[in-house]
Design a protein around this ligand. Structure first.
Ligand SMILES: Cc1cc2nc3c(=O)[nH]c(=O)nc-3n(C[C@H](O)[C@H](O)[C@H](O)COP(=O)(O)O)c2cc1C
Length: 352
């Protein structure tokens, strides 16, 4: 593989007062357009990414893109105007190129390529993290997509640090850049690392030093303290939040306030419950009755990591699909803490 010349000296880290750019991480089966609308409305999220569109050998019809990304019909932004990248996953450069061009034709303004998915079903059919075993394939896929879409459409990539181990992290990062990626999100684990802590942020720092494009740090940024440490370790000016954004939906606002030197009162549980209710109300008629409340329970599994109240709420509704009971349970949760259960002190959500 041909590599362009890379700067060998260390690039200085961004000066700390600069407001970092905050990305929502793609999450298949979890962060759909409703969740993107909600998270971007809360604020502090600069860029969203869709779940992946699976590309095999076929030419996908328009509806496949618009189903996963209805925002394509609205200028590829969420209702509040936050840009949404369309993510593609696949191992065949020609098919990826064709479908990227199609995505742009139907409204995509920015394409992201998935080289991180660890799922067996995906890896067995030649997509996601398995491609990291061959950096030249990463380069070929990025280059094919880059060449297939107009110059003004950014093409980015998202990688893990490797497949079996983390040894290929620089080769794959360089391959993405050599293929023409405009920026690179790095989930700081190998495929085999799965989602087990820790996330190895120090590798991201090295990638950032070696590449000329923006590198976005991702993995286990659960708290404001995690963010500060990751910024220090990586020197990055862009950060991506997935499970952590669901656990702490205003983490972006917290980071913005920190960067601006402003005080900020993090969302309290009753406010989060109201947002969750909003999501429930918007989506309740979209699923068969036997699944009513399932998406809420899924989100509560993440919220439990930051809000102890979420555990209580989850226990209350976990066996129920009854509309009336869910409404009643939500009504209780949306009461401010002092009128609701004064004996339950609100947790400091900035604590690790
Ligand atoms: C349920 C789930 C679905 C995911 N789906 C995708 C996906 O479609 N595309 C992708 O690039 N990464 C996907 N990821 C990885 C996340 O984008 C992110 O890299 C990872 O969760 C680490 O960030 P976090 O610690 O903030 O969650 C997924 C992760 C989870 C837990």
């Amino acid at each position: 593989m041909q590599h362009p010349q890379y700067p060998r000296q260390s690039k200085p880290a961004q000066a700390t007062p600069v407001r970092p750019t905050i990305y929502q991480a793609p999450m298949e089966g979890v962060i759909d357009h409703h969740v993107r609308a909600l998270l971007s409305r809360i604020g502090g999220v600069d860029i969203c990414v869709t779940e992946f569109v699976r590309v095999t050998h076929t030419r996908l019809p328009r509806r496949v893109f618009t189903r996963l990304c209805p925002e394509l019909d609205q200028g590829a932004t969420t209702p509040n105007g936050t840009p949404v990248k369309l993510q593609l996953l696949g191992g065949n450069p020609k098919a990826m190129a064709y479908n990227a061009a199609k995505a742009v034709e139907v409204g995509a303004k920015s394409i992201d390529l998935n080289f991180g998915c660890p799922a067996k079903s995906v890896n067995n059919s030649d997509g996601g993290a398995c491609l990291l075993q061959s950096p030249s394939r990463v380069e070929d896929i990025v280059a094919a997509v880059r060449n297939a879409v107009p110059a003004e459409i950014p093409v980015s990539a998202k990688i893990r640090l490797g497949y079996q181990d983390r040894s290929s992290y620089l080769d794959n990062a360089r391959a993405a850049e050599a293929g023409g990626a405009s920026e690179l999100a790095v989930h700081a684990r190998s495929k085999v690392d799965g989602y087990r802590p820790p996330a190895y942020w120090e590798y991201i720092g090295e990638i950032r030093e070696q590449l000329g494009i923006r590198v976005i740090a991702n993995g286990d940024l659960w708290t404001l303290d995690d963010f500060k440490r990751c910024r220090e370790v990586t020197g990055c000016d862009a950060f991506m939040f997935g499970r952590s954004l669901l656990a702490r939906p205003d983490i972006g606002l917290q980071i913005q306030a920190l960067s601006d030197g402003r005080d900020y009162q993090p969302l309290q549980w009753h406010q989060v419950a109201a947002l969750l209710y909003d999501y429930y109300s918007t989506t309740q008629d979209l699923y068969p009755a036997k699944y009513l409340g399932n998406r809420i329970k899924q989100w509560l599994a993440y919220l439990k990591l930051s809000y102890p109240e979420a555990t209580i709420f989850f226990e209350r509704i976990k066996r129920h699909r009854d509309r009336e009971l869910l409404e009643q349970a939500f009504a209780e949760q949306m009461q401010p803490a002092d009128s609701h259960h004064a004996d339950f002190p609100h947790t400091d959500i900035n604590a690790a």
